[in-house]
Design a protein around this ligand. Structure first.
Ligand SMILES: Cc1cc2nc3c(=O)[nH]c(=O)nc-3n(C[C@H](O)[C@H](O)[C@H](O)COP(=O)(O)O)c2cc1C
Length: 243
């Protein structure tokens, strides 16, 4: 049952006009919080954006208007060391999170929390879409959401009743992902062209947004240039400095 649910995931970018209640959002967030957490730091917060003007700002700044304007709920997931600073303050202590390890912990905790929220939402029949586009304008979005030092937005998530569902995208074969005892890159020579054929077939025949593309072609184009180079400076401003 859970395996079937996980295997049925596809991102939803077009929603029916149904607003998620505060209770629903609280239930999903509570499910998210049960994810494992590194040393139990729980280094995340999520902003539920209900103010229409802020929703519009998010839509524009993230360059993902359709999802933010039509979804039943708009969330922004943030890694958060502000609350940990407050907790340490209760003990008259100061914490350090300017190191690379803290960044990895914060990103990991937030991702596990967010993915639990996503699976919980999908288990109730909603569709979701992550919006990494919030990192297009992290500084402006932090201002809109009043994020203090120690807090950084990592991705948004829209949740709602799907108006349209994409077909499930074929994933890489398990054999490409799963290595036994040691890493083996030799297998890719055979497996990746095979996967490109699978993805090309998927892209040519899917219900919408058809294109003659391959996975390796898309990845090469996507990763040819560094992206969002403003991020390092923004994170440093929020206190995350990769030390
Ligand atoms: C962290 C993260 C950020 C993403 N950002 C966006 C985004 O900004 N806009 C969008 O339309 N989809 C976004 N996606 C969705 C991916 O494009 C999608 O998960 C991927 O193409 C696989 O398709 P599927 O989710 O339908 O299986 C994001 C996914 C993740 C995990």
């Amino acid at each position: 049952m859970v395996l079937d649910l996980l295997a049925s995931h596809s991102s939803v970018r077009d929603y029916e006009d149904v607003t998620l209640s505060r209770e629903t959002v609280e239930r999903l967030v509570s499910a998210g919080q049960h994810a494992a957490s590194s040393h139990f730091v729980q280094a995340y917060s999520v902003i539920h954006v209900t103010d229409p003007a802020k929703r519009e700002a998010l839509a524009e700044l993230s360059k993902n208007p359709k999802q933010f304007l039509t979804a039943g709920a708009a969330l922004v997931f943030c890694m958060d060391f502000r609350r940990l600073t407050a907790a340490a303050g209760l003990q008259n202590e100061e914490i350090v999170y300017s190191n690379a390890e803290a960044l990895v912990v914060g990103v990991t905790d937030t991702a596990l929390f967010a993915q639990n929220v996503a699976v919980a939402a999908e288990s109730e029949g909603y569709g979701i879409c992550y919006i990494g586009g919030v990192r297009n304008a992290p500084e402006e979005i932090s201002e809109v959401l009043g994020l203090p030092e120690g807090v950084a937005p990592l991705y948004g998530m829209t949740i709602g009743v799907p108006k349209f569902r994409n077909e499930v995208k074929p994933r890489l074969p398990v054999a490409s992902i799963l290595h036994e005892n040691e890493y083996n890159s030799e297998k890719y020579e055979e497996q990746l062209p095979e996967y490109d054929r699978t993805m090309n077939d998927y892209y040519l025949n899917r219900g919408s947004n058809r294109k003659d593309a391959t996975w390796s072609g898309d990845m090469a184009a996507f990763l040819k240039e560094p992206r969002r180079m403003h991020l390092k400076e923004f994170l440093a401003k929020q206190g995350f400095r990769f030390e």
